[in-house]
Design a protein around this ligand. Structure first.
Ligand code: SF4
Ligand code: SF4
Length: 434
């Protein structure tokens, strides 16, 4: 089968401190969980419980209101001990409920009733997706119902299932796809029906995982929307929207199939859609890859949302030395963890802690004009030149900077450790000038 990819730049890399691709391990239930009312791009959810209240597993504890905000659920039964606030690595104020686990679980370990969705219409399905607070769990955390509604009814639409493992830190998505493949595929067809007007489902799968893609396609034969398997490259950032779309437009041209607009969703989101509609269940847990050179036993864990990151690392054997960097997500684009009491959220697909040796030193040096950044930029802009222009002119962003989608490739390869990505994206400019 032909492999479709983006035409230039990108990076291939391995990381020995990533957990292996073996089966996931269920993490212990958290004695204390921290449930943020702001996990998403929008406003905080309005709290429906107060200190001292008892909550049930899967109980609605915060009502999302404005655009970008979603409903929030307790993931364990217990009592609300207190509320806490902190500033996250991006300077946002986060308010959260701290719940001490007590009482019995209503879902865990019990056989859940399986509801049929065949007679539900798109309105009913969208209502369940909204009610159970489903977000895009692979990245932005944007409410899925808003993403689905953002496409015009008139357009030809394909739903793309993104199983692209271009970064070893996607080990949790990989485990999820292996362990819950049928749920991911059924969730795909539920999401397609919720949206309506989806003409085709496309499984975009890394070429090294062809067997996974074929198993998805075989499972998809149960539903009546045509489905295709498209093998894509494994170089980073193949899963970025721009690079994935480039690969799929090549496929479209080569196969003579019209895909139209692309609704691109990841496996964790689709499994969550399945749970919401089939089991009437909010997102209670997620697969998380825990690793990095500072962690004793890296592993992929199935973790309750709200479990504290420090407890999770402790469960992986703790630190073997003083970590220099702790963050969630991939080291390429990770969000710094300011405090080990910060919790796992719906978008925490990886948690890593690195020793100094793995991080290297932060000392910046002058550009040596090696050209490495140019050679890896998938967009074809010149990061060196842009960086220098921005530093020189201080007030005006060069036009080309708007092309940058922040993949971080240039910064990873820069031997002078220059903050290319943030500078080009215009983040922290005050800080850069200081
Ligand atoms: S990779 Fe860094 S040192 Fe090399 S040309 Fe680009 S900015 Fe300069
Ligand atoms: S961060 Fe921007 S400039 Fe750097 S490689 Fe990616 S797209 Fe190019």
């Amino acid at each position: 089968m032909k492999v479709y990819s983006f035409p230039r730049g990108g990076l291939s890399f391995e990381d020995p401190s990533v957990p292996s691709k073996g089966p996931s391990i269920a993490a212990f239930l958290p004695a204390l969980s921290v449930i943020p009312l702001v996990q998403y791009p929008g406003e905080r959810a309005y709290p429906l419980v107060t200190v001292g209240d008892h909550v049930r597993e899967g109980m609605l504890v915060g009502r999302g209101g404005s655009s970008g905000s979603v409903n929030v659920y307790a993931t364990v039964p217990g009592r609300v001990l207190r509320t806490v606030t902190w500033k996250d690595g991006e300077g946002r104020d986060i308010e959260a409920l701290v719940i001490r686990m007590e009482g019995s679980f209503e879902r865990l370990g019990k056989r859940e009733e399986h509801s049929s969705w065949s007679k539900m219409n798109s309105h009913d399905l969208q209502r369940l997706i909204t009610e159970f607070g489903i977000v895009e769990m692979e990245g932005s955390g944007h409410p899925l119902a808003e993403t689905i509604a953002s496409f015009k009814n008139s357009v030809t639409l394909s739903l793309v299932v993104r199983c692209v493992f271009d970064d070893p830190w996607l080990a949790a998505d990989y485990a999820l796809c292996r362990e819950r493949l049928a749920a991911v595929v059924e969730g795909t067809f539920i999401a397609a029906k919720a949206r309506g007007m989806v003409r085709r489902v496309v499984f975009a799968v890394s070429h090294r995982e062809k067997d996974m893609g074929e198993a998805m396609l075989a499972e998809a034969a149960k539903w009546d929307i045509p489905a295709s398997l498209v093998l894509v490259g494994s170089k980073y950032p193949q899963r970025n929207r721009r690079e994935l779309e480039l690969a799929l437009r090549n496929y479209e041209k080569s196969e003579g199939i019209e895909l139209g607009s692309l609704l691109i969703l990841g496996p964790a989101t689709l499994a969550a859609v399945y749970d919401a509609v089939v089991f009437k269940r909010p997102v209670l847990d997620r697969y998380v890859a825990v690793g990095g050179s500072a962690v004793k036993n890296p592993q992929v864990m199935k973790v309750r949302i709200g479990k504290r990151i420090g407890d999770l690392i402790e469960e992986c054997g703790g630190f073997i030395g003083k970590p220099r960097r702790i963050a969630t997500g991939s080291p390429l684009l990770g969000k710094t963890v300011v405090d080990l009491d910060e919790p796992v959220t719906k978008t925490s697909y990886a948690v890593f802690a690195m020793l100094k040796d793995q991080v290297g030193d932060y000392a910046r040096r002058d550009c040596i004009s090696c050209g490495e950044c140019r050679s890896v930029c998938p967009v074809g802009i010149d990061p060196e030149e842009l960086y220098k222009q921005i530093i020189r002119t201080a007030s005006r962003m060069p036009e080309d900077a708007a092309e940058c989608h922040g993949c971080g490739c240039c910064e990873v390869v820069c031997p002078s450790r220059l903050p290319l990505t943030d500078t080009i994206l215009g983040r922290s400019r005050e800080e850069q000038r200081a």
